[in-house]
Structure formats: C-alpha cells, structure tokens
Design a protein around this ligand. Structure first.
Ligand SMILES: [Fe+2]
Ligand SMILES: [Fe+2]
Length: 399
C-alpha cells in the first residue's frame, strides 16, 4: 500500500469537509474517488424512498476532463435496491465489489450489468469498483461506482484489492460530509416549502432548477471572466443554495395578493414587490459569505439590466416604510442576482402557471435572446446560451 495515497486521501477529505451543498459535494466526491485510482468514469447514487437515484455520472472519455470543462450529465434515472443490479447488490450486502469485466459476469451471480448506457453512448465499461456509502448507524445512504481505471498509457486495467481498501477508507469519511450536506439541503427545502405553502408557483422543483441553472451559467460566465477554478468551485457551492432562496421573502406577503388569480392592482403590486426586501432582511445580520450572497440575490433578482427593475437602492432595509427608487442598472446589480434573474424567468416561461401555458422551448430561448441588454445582462445571456444543453437536461431532471 502506498503511504502517499493515504496522505492524499486525508488531504481530499479535509477539502471536501468544507463543502456545504450536497450536489457540489457529490460531484467532488466522485471526482476525487476516480482520481485516486485514475479511473475514466464513475457515477454516484443516493438512496431515496428505497430506490438508488442516479445523482451524477462523470466520464472523461465521453465528456472530456472534469477539471477543464466541469462536465457531467444530469439524469433522472433510478433503480430499485435489489440484487439484480451491481449497485443494488453492493447496497444490500454493504460490501464493496470488484468486477474485472462486466461483460463476463458469471451467471451464478444474481446481478448483471445493464448495457443500456454503453449502447446509448458508445462507451465500453469494463472494470467496475462499487462501494456502498454506509453511515455510522450502519445504514447505506448511497453507492458510488468507479469505472475503467487506466495505466500511464491510458489502457484500461483491473482494480486491485488495495484500490478497494482505499475506496472504502475514503467512503467512510465522505459519508460524514454527505450526511451533513443532506441535512443542510433539507433545512433549506423546509424554508422553501414554507414559502411554497404561501405561493403555489414557488415549488420545490422550480427552486431546484433555478439553483442548478444558476450554477451552470455562473461556471461558464466566471471562466470567461478570468475567475480561478478554485474560486469558481467555492462560489458555485454557495450560489446554488442562495439561488434556491430567491423568493423566500414571499412568506411575508399576504395570501390575498399571492393567491389572487387576476391582475394585481397598483397597490397590490407595490406590496408584492416588497418580497425582495423581506427576503433580504432574513439574511441581513450574519455577515457570512453565504448570507451575503443570499441577501444580494433576494434583494436584486427583479432588477433589470436596463434599469427598469426594482427595488433600486434602499438605504435602510429595516425602515418601516420602504420607498422604491429607480432600479439599479448594469453592473450595479450584483452578478449573482443578474444570473438568478435570468434563471428564474427562463423557468417561469417553460412552466405552467395559472396565468399562462408553458411556452415552447424555442420561443423561450428567442425571448431571452431578445431581452439581452434589456431585461438581462448580455454576458449572462451569452453564457446561458453556451450551456443550453445542460440547462435543458436540468429542466428534464426536475420536471
Ligand atoms: Fe421574486
Ligand atoms: Fe422564482
């Protein structure tokens, strides 16, 4: 056993223990687990309602190197926890499993390899190491699979017992971070479901999508603006959670306004606009980076690039009577709010709302392009268009 590998694992664990957002964390756990054994591909599942839900798949061979393109696929697939699949078998037996060639599994085994993904993608899976994620109450919370380790020349080799030992060691510690991040997400979702009880338009699926779109747009935008990979990784972790909370201030808006079916009067609309202020108040005291970003987003997600949005500059967020001024303009609006503004409008147009049917995808994209420089920051629109495919796959995953 190489001692340097164990030191490497300790370093990785230290890094991931700071990640608060569950999606960012799983993505990173999978990436690091693959890196330890130089594996070409991998996927991670979490157990939800007795199913293994496919959270991420990474494949350098198909999607390019993660560090460069941060590429992965959003997928909606789930499989039952039973011994018919390799991942299900590992979850049931709570044991890691090495398979040298998934196309030559002995028929004596209860599980078999599902060839569908290979067929769809023209990829050939061979060696697979499957590791259950077990918490300290001996409960399996998920499974990760690493696929096709390669040697220095890029040839696919087999996993060794040492690899399996290292992966188990890594998994044991990673579970602690994963459970913590799941709890954070649950608390946020509970906050959101309180807002959802008030405003039926703000569903869990909507906020999940707005969070995920925002991260994709930001990654592209930040790369183009010379922000380092390290800072991007850090910010996108906070951004997803903060973006999910964009409309949480609606908890303080009365039902007669939120649930009104029909045009709001001028007076009602004025009250509705206050949800930006109420949201910002929730995050006004703490001063952590997380609160700062959530405050910027709740306050500014209805500002427009051309200055025709709201609420404009507010001197005192806690004033009894809030007076709306002229909207902020251009890059006076914080970048995270410019991104969430687009993500939020995109999702509303794609969705069914009581006052409108979903728009066809092409019409939505045309509208966003037409609003570049008016409602939206042109550089954000440009990034949005460049990650269009991932935006559409997020729409598919959470709809
Ligand atoms: Fe809003
Ligand atoms: Fe929204």
């Amino acid at each position: 056993m190489e001692e340097s590998k164990i030191i490497e694992i300790l370093r990785i664990l230290e890094n991931i223990s700071h990640i608060k957002d569950i999606d960012t964390l799983l993505e990173q756990v999978l990436f690091e687990a693959r890196k330890i054994v130089n594996a070409e591909a991998g996927s991670v599942f979490l157990i939800k309602d007795n199913y293994l839900s496919f959270e991420y798949v990474q494949n350098d061979f198909l999607y390019g190197n993660y560090e460069n393109s941060s590429d992965y696929m959003y997928t909606k697939k789930k499989i039952p926890v039973d011994n018919k699949s390799i991942a299900g078998y590992a979850a049931l037996t709570k044991k890691s499993l090495i398979i040298d060639d998934v196309y030559n599994i002995s028929p004596n085994n209860p599980y078999s390899f599902n060839r569908r993904f290979d067929k769809l993608s023209n990829y050939i899976t061979k060696s697979v190491l499957t590791v259950p994620l077990i918490n300290n109450r001996e409960k399996v919370i998920g499974v990760f699979q690493i696929i096709n380790p390669t040697d220095k020349n890029g040839n696919v080799i087999s996993f060794t017992d040492d690899d399996s030992f290292l992966a188990d060691l890594f998994a044991k510690q990673a579970v602690i971070a994963i459970e913590k991040a799941i709890m954070t997400r649950e608390i946020i979702l509970r906050m959101i479901s309180i807002a959802e009880l008030r405003d039926p338009q703000e569903t869990g699926a909507h906020v999940n999508r707005v969070g995920a779109y925002s991260v994709e747009i930001y990654k592209n935008w930040a790369q183009k603006n010379g922000i380092t990979d390290k800072i991007i990784k850090y910010n996108k972790d906070i951004l997803r959670i903060a973006a999910m909370l964009h409309d949480v201030g609606k908890v303080a808006i009365s039902d007669s306004i939120l649930k009104k079916k029909g045009k709001l009067s001028e007076n009602e609309y004025g009250k509705m606009k206050l949800h930006t202020i109420y949201g910002a108040r929730l995050f006004s005291n703490s001063g952590s980076e997380w609160d700062d970003m959530a405050r910027e987003i709740t306050l500014n997600h209805h500002e427009r690039w051309d200055g025709n949005g709201y609420p404009g500059y507010i001197n005192d967020l806690n004033a009894k009577k809030i007076k709306f001024k002229n909207g902020k303009k251009g890059d006076q609006i914080p970048i995270y709010a410019r991104i969430v503004a687009l993500a939020d409008v995109f999702d509303a147009l794609m969705s069914q709302r009581w006052y409108k049917d979903p728009w066809p995808e092409q019409k939505v994209f045309n509208f966003i392009l037409a609003e570049s420089g008016k409602h939206f920051d042109p550089s954000v629109v440009e990034s949005f268009i460049q990650v269009k495919e991932r935006i559409i796959s997020i729409w598919g995953k959470f709809s």
